[in-house]
Design a protein. Sequence first.
Length: 225
Amino acid sequence: MKLHQQPTTPQPTIVVGPAAPVAARAAPSASAIYEGFKAQRDVLNGQLEELDGTRRDIIRQMNESPDASPQHKSLEDRLTDVDARIKSVDQMIGANSMQLAQAAAIPGAVVPPPPFERQGPPEEAFVLGGMFIVVVLLPLSIAMARRIWRRSAAVVTSFPKELADRLLRLEQTTEATSLEVERIGEGQRFLTRLFTEGEGARALGAGAAQPIETRKPQTARDRLP
């Protein structure tokens, strides 16, 4: 007895080829290169300032320490090393300046700053506002001031005559009262001066002590010679 064999389908073969090349990175723009050189210059200037500060500290310590001491010798070695580093950084700054100048010569490297955009209303609004104040508000204010001045003058001229007469009589009465008060004060001062002076007091006392003579009426006998 023969078994029936099913036909087998061929499996597809996968061919592994070489890996696709990685896409090359995009080259930096001219402005990016220029900004990179500027950043490098800033870093080099900061390093140079730090080295200058270190050199000043070393010189100060050398001046404070004696010349024959071991510390003075080590400070001299440090000073030599710092001077060499300062020279190297100075050379790097010179090279960076040349590279920065070359990068600035490439078109599009130096990007101008964006124009200043003024916030708020435009300048025409301020001009129109000033013209409105001069043309409209100034004449109105002058006319209102003249109207107020004329109204105050009319009020002064229309002052009632009866009230003016009453005020005049009141003023005259006040002046007369002040004169009478002044006269009374002068009389009081005169009497006070008389009482305080010695002669006036004695004269008054002597006059009060003398008796008053009373004359008897004459009779017919007294009248005969």
